[in-house]
Design a protein around this ligand. Structure first.
Ligand SMILES: [Zn+2]
Length: 188
């Protein structure tokens, strides 16, 4: 299916209905960081409604180390959500067969997407487990960067923010939770 813009607008109009939720104020309960991959849309997988999720999506779900001197959309999104919105939990969601993660961990000579390589490398390389697949390693690195953000640390000290790192197997429709203390993934 290759819908045109007119098809998409018609789809938009046909989908409008009384949703039964207030949209007067922005009140998401969850900050969700995930990949831009078209197969991993969290609102569809979880079936949430409007005004539930504040979503930051990027190729590969990179979360750069916090650096106030080098702001980017991810840092701005996390900071805004945590400081200004009624966020109670944060979910870092990566998925299987992630193109960004696989590109970074495979050899490319020449590198035809140096911008993607540079972007993915912002995640750093904190994970020490070579047995994990590239998508899981990306998740661990992103999670480890996130928990060092000052706004995240402040909220965690107040015990007012839960953080979860989840891995979605898109072919199996299975979900796994990363356990930082064991450096393992548990099937849920
Ligand atoms: Zn991806």
């Amino acid at each position: 299916m290759n819908p045109t813009i007119d098809d998409l607008i018609a789809q938009f109009k046909s989908n409008q209905q009384d949703r039964g939720v207030t949209l007067d104020t922005h009140q998401p309960h969850t900050l969700l960081l995930c990949c831009s991959d078209a197969r991993s849309d969290p609102a569809i997988w979880i079936k949430t409604d409007l005004n539930e999720l504040f979503i930051v999506r990027t190729p590969g779900n990179v979360i750069p180390p916090f650096d106030e001197q080098r702001p980017c959309g991810v840092i701005a999104g996390i900071t805004y959500a945590i400081e200004k919105l009624p966020i109670k939990q944060c979910i870092v969601l990566n998925h299987s067969n992630c193109g960004g993660a696989e590109y970074l961990h495979s050899c490319h000579e020449p590198d035809t997407l140096p911008q993607l390589t540079s972007w993915m490398r912002l995640n750093g390389n904190r994970d020490k487990n070579p047995t994990l697949d590239p998508s899981q390693r990306t998740l661990i690195n992103a999670y480890n960067n996130l928990i060092l953000y000052p706004c995240i640390q402040k909220r965690r000290q107040l015990e007012s923010l839960a953080i979860h790192a989840l891995f979605l197997d898109i072919k199996q429709a299975a979900i796994y939770r990363y356990q930082p203390e064991r450096d393992e993934f548990d099937h849920l």
